[in-house]
Each structure stands twice: as C-alpha cells, then as structure tokens.
Write a protein that binds this ligand. Structure first.
Ligand code: NAD
Length: 375
C-alpha cells in the first residue's frame, strides 16, 4: 500500500565527485519503482555523465536540488564512492555508499553519528545477491578489462585469414576466476582469443571449463582452497613462491593477462614478479584489476601503465566508469533491491540487528553510534 507522501522517507542522491567517476548510484527508472515508498531529491547533474539528465529524474518523480540541501534534508543519502570532504551527512542520517573498509571514512562517519550502510558488507547470500554491488561492478570490470587490454595490444584477438596471410589468435589468461575473471574469460572467448583461466579454488576449474577455456596448472597442487563465503583463503609464503614459479612458464606464452586475484580484506596475492615479466613476450599486456589492493603484479601502480621488458602493466581502478550507463543501471538495481528490502514493512528503514542483511551492514554501529551520540 502506498505511504502518504508526507510520511515517506526522503532519499537524496549525490553527484559523484571523484576524478574520472561517471556513474550514478540511482537511475530514474529505479526511483520510479520506489516511488510509493520514498520521496527523492537528486543533485543537479548527478546522472549526466551516465546518460540520465535532470529532466528524466524529474519525469520519474524526483526533485532536483543542490548538494548542500540534499545533505541537509535527506534522511538517507545514496552515493557510490566513499564520501569525500564536504560529503559527510549531518548527524543522525544514514549513508549508503562504498567506503566500509576505509578507516578514515568509518571514523569520520562515527564521529558525526551517521549510520553507514557500507556496500562492501552486503553478505554473499542468495537473499542478498540482488543487492551485491561488488559482484555487479566486478562483472562489468571483467568485460571492460578485455576491451582495454585488446586496445593496448598490437595484435588482434581473433584468428584472421585474409589474402595477405593468416593471423593466429591471441593467447589470453585470467588469473583469478571469480566474478570478474569469469566475465573476462567469456568476453575474450567471444572476441576469438585462445583463453585460459586459473584460480586457487578447486571449484573454479569447472566454471572456467564450462566457458570453453582451459584451466591452467591442472596438475599442480598449490591451492589455498576456499574459505568462508566462497572466497579464497590466503596462501603461505612458500605456497606463493611455488605458485609464482609454476605460473611463470605458463605466462611466458600469453599475450594478454587479466589479473583479478583478490582475498577480501587482505593485500592481493603477487602472482607475477619481475622475473616472470622478463620471460614474457615484449608487446604483451597485463590488465591488473587488483591494483587498488596492491596488484597481482609486482610493478603494478594504481591508474598507471608501467612498462618492463616491453610488457605493459596497466592498473585501472575504475573500469566500470568507462561503461557508465550500464554500470549505473546495475549499481542502481542493487541499491533499489536494498532499499526495497529495508522499507518493506515500514516507512522508515528497518535496521533490525537480528536480520542477517541489516546486521552485516550495521556491523555493530547502532550500539556504538548511540553511545557516541549520548557522550
Ligand atoms: P574476489 O574478488 O575476492 O577474488 C577474485 C578471485 O581471485 C577469486 O575467485 C579467488 O578465488 C581468486 N584468488 C585469490 N587468491 C588467488 C591466487 N593466489 N591465485 C589465483 N586466484 C586467486 O572474489 P569474487 O570474484 O568476488 O568471488 C569469489 C567467489 O564467490 C566466486 O565463487 C563467486 O561465484 C562467489 N560469489 C558468490 C556470491 C553470492 O553467493 N551471493 C556473490 C558473489 C560471488
């Protein structure tokens, strides 16, 4: 049943200000879908770079406002990137955004008594799958990494037979066959490359092979296996060295490497060292999607391209922004699912610590924030 407009919760959508960020957290179609539950204020220009102009938001029932007003009047503020200077909401508000692993953000929000529903904390359960922004954006990053890598390569991905001669297909490998790696494998297969995949989780082999790719190092037992929640466990130092050496001869035959190996909350495993770079063919390209957490390659630097022995190592940290329209569509679909879930039974956000999704998002905040507010 629709809630009386005067009782509806007010949700504000901020324009992203981080350099190179073109996505928006909520698109007009999802605002329309949530219309009976909430009223929306959207910062002017919030969706412009992703192809959603202010008029489309107004057509979906939202009001356009300036950043300051949104921060002042909204009960819930929604954005993608962690809040920067000037984006910390007023006391008692709720912020939905990334940034839950950044101690500065966590501290700044706690000091203001802002409840932070950090999107990294969405549990990896079937019920929460539709809210999982890390998965939706990793999938887009996997796709975009192959296009970026292909553009940087001086060779074609597919085999090409012409009157001038025959071009062999490029050889590609995805290191880490989770959400991003599997999407990279599927994309490179569609583009005609000879595709390989590798992961320390045994379950990944079947997924790699089901996409028509070859699983590398099938005879080598250097796995760290699977830990809780379907993630990989961390390897010992000896296992890491052993894995790097085993991978190096394999990598020496590859032209495109999409590196996606991650361990949540830990630095990314280094799978490619300088020695391996020295063995690879000049002109090869590594797209390292783990750049933000240290990289899978020893020389990776976030948002830079480093060339060693003619091998280009790219460290893009925001590939989804290159595909801003569809990346926003998926991100927004996740946020809509989350808000609909939290507003299912009330006109206020239902943050019930006994509910597994709320409890994961809150991470103990209701208790600590109330204590800070009372102090
Ligand atoms: P991730 O981004 O944390 O890591 C990417 C991949 O790197 C993982 O597959 C991991 O096993 C691999 N990896 C870690 N260390 C490695 C190493 N030393 N060498 C090679 N590979 C290494 O993980 P992700 O992509 O977000 O997801 C991991 C798993 O969780 C997948 O099986 C995925 O299907 C599953 N998942 C489940 C849900 C859900 O149930 N809702 C949602 C998302 C993902």
């Amino acid at each position: 049943m629709p809630i009386d407009a005067s009782n509806r919760i007010k949700i504000g959508v901020l324009r992203e200000r981080a350099t190179g960020e073109r996505r928006v957290a909520l698109i007009p179609a999802d605002i329309r879908r949530l219309d009976s539950k909430a009223t929306f204020v959207v910062e002017s220009g919030a969706g412009r770079e992703a192809g959603f102009d202010d008029d489309t938001y107004v057509g979906a029932g939202a009001r356009i406002a300036a950043q300051r007003e949104i921060l002042e009047i909204s009960d819930v503020i929604v954005k993608i990137k962690p809040p920067g200077v000037g984006e910390i909401p007023f006391s008692g508000r709720t912020l939905v955004s990334l940034g839950g692993r950044d101690p500065y953000v966590v501290d700044a929000l706690r000091k203001r008594s802002v409840i932070h529903l950090a999107l990294e904390r969405i549990p990896r359960t079937t019920r929460a799958q539709a809210m999982d922004v890390l998965s939706s954006q990793a999938s887009i990053a996997g796709y975009a990494s192959v296009l970026e890598g292909a553009r940087a390569l001086g060779i074609l991905l597919p085999m090409l037979t012409t009157a001038a001669g025959t071009i062999k297909p490029a050889r590609m490998i995805a290191l880490g066959a989770g959400v991003a790696g599997l999407q990279a494998i599927a994309t490179a297969r569609r583009l005609g490359a000879v595709v390989h995949g590798f992961d320390v989780r045994a379950a990944a082999r079947e997924q790699v092979e089901s996409l028509g790719a070859r699983f590398a190092l099938v005879d080598t037992n250097i796995g760290a296996g699977e830990s809780a929640g379907g993630y990989a466990g961390e390897q010992t130092i000896a296992q890491q060295v052993q894995l790097r050496r085993a991978l190096s001869t394999h990598l020496a035959t590859m032209q495109l490497v999409i590196a996606t190996a991650q361990i949540p909350g830990r630095p990314a495993p280094v799978l490619i060292d300088r020695e391996t770079l020295g063995m690879m063919k000049p002109g090869s390209v590594i797209v390292d999607l783990a750049a933000e957490t240290g990289g899978n390659c020893e020389v990776t630097r976030p948002d830079e391209t480093i060339t060693v022995n003619g091998v280009r190592v790219m460290g893009p940290t925001n590939l989804p922004s290159l595909v801003a329209s569809d990346a926003s569509r998926l991100f927004s679909g996740n946020i809509r699912s989350l808000l609909a879930y939290l507003l299912e039974r009330s006109s206020r956000l239902q943050l019930d610590a006994s509910d597994p999704i709320s409890s994961a998002l809150l991470d103990g905040q209701l208790t600590t924030n109330l204590a800070v507010a009372a102090a």
